[in-house]
Design a protein around this ligand. Structure first.
Ligand code: DGY
Length: 328
């Protein structure tokens, strides 16, 4: 007799090839509308599913997990960040949580470099001028940005994405500095010619560009507080492709508006999809709608990881991308 296929409930629309494969392999319920599920719909899903496949926009907290049925044994999240899931509460109920690390590293690093270039070289401002028909000819002093070669880049969080940014930045001629819970291996430090700063405050005060790559955890919430942001030099640029919660956005907006910080490139915001209105309308800020991993290839690879995690769990093994709370 064929084994029963697990009931997998997917909360958002995923790339077509991923959905097709999930339907072949599992008893899959898809979300064709791509409207985020309401709390009631999520509660219904956790009460019926063997596996929930949520995304980073679904809040899976302890209260929701209280509604989980006895069958729910795996939350296979589509995304690398897990700050939307109470992993400890899930684990306490015997539910394993997995994510999709690794496959969006290069795409997120590419977007980080794009933001560095966009802010330093005023690319969005320039494109808007051209589009508006306001280009009246080249002049020696118009629309000048800043060279990035030779500048100091301070990376906060030297995990996979931080290192991928460092590799690209080094190729652009930037000097690599970083703050992390602990130094990277000597092999990586040598490859990147990277300088470790134990003190975040001291690093911030000396960088030309700062880029955030830490996960959002209680320890990193508003890590870049108003006090810390004030340590940045007036010509400094701040880039964030990690999580909005890591920066005090209101303080950042004020510093950008007053010119106390030269520019910012932000792909993530504290209250997504809402963007702090104080950040809007600043010509020294480039804002993107959380596009870090938004490549077709990356999103298919993320789906593939979700499938592998579910399949491994079905086969009675530990899924490869288990999230372990102590390592977050
Ligand atoms: C993630 O997977 O956590 C990313 O933020 C999505 O772009």
């Amino acid at each position: 007799m064929a084994a029963r296929k697990p009931k997998v409930i997917v909360t958002r629309k995923l790339p077509d090839p991923v959905e097709t494969r999930m339907r072949e392999l599992f008893d899959t319920e898809l979300n064709h509308t791509d409207e985020p599920m309401s709390r009631a719909q999520l509660a219904d899903a956790v009460s019926r599913a063997d596996v929930l496949a949520p995304t980073i926009t679904d809040r899976i907290d302890e209260a929701l997990l209280e509604k989980a049925g006895p069958k729910l044994k795996l939350i296979a999240s589509f995304g690398v960040g897990v700050d939307h899931i109470d992993v400890a509460a899930a684990n306490a109920k015997g539910i394993t949580v997995t994510n999709t690390p690794g496959v969006l590293t290069e795409d997120t690093a590419d977007l980080t470099m794009a933001l560095i270039m966009a802010v330093a070289r005023r690319i969005v401002e320039g494109a808007n001028v051209a589009e508006a028909g306001d280009f009246h000819g080249w002049t020696p002093t118009w629309m000048m940005g800043h060279r990035i070669t030779g500048k100091r880049l301070g990376i906060i969080g030297m995990g996979r994405i931080g290192q991928a940014v460092a590799r690209r930045a080094k190729a652009f001629g930037l000097q690599i500095h970083y703050h992390n819970r602990k130094p990277v291996s000597s092999r990586i430090a040598e490859e990147l010619e990277a300088t470790y700063w134990d003190s975040l405050d001291q690093m911030l005060a000396r960088m030309d560009i700062v880029s955030v790559h830490s996960p959002h955890t209680p320890a990193t919430y508003h890590l870049l507080s108003a006090r810390r942001l004030k340590l940045l030099q007036p010509h400094a640029l701040l880039i964030n492709t990690a999580r909005g919660e890591i920066i005090d956005e209101t303080a950042l907006a004020e510093l950008l508006r007053s010119g106390a910080i030269a520019g910012a490139g932000l792909d993530v915001f504290e209250f997504e999809p809402k963007i702090n209105p104080k950040l809007l309308g600043l010509n020294n800020a480039v804002l993107l709608p959380h596009l870090g991993s938004a490549t077709i290839e990356g999103r298919i690879d993320m789906g593939e990881k979700v499938i592998i995690n579910i399949r491994t769990w079905m086969d009675g093994h530990k899924p490869p991308d288990r999230v372990i709370p102590s390592m977050m």
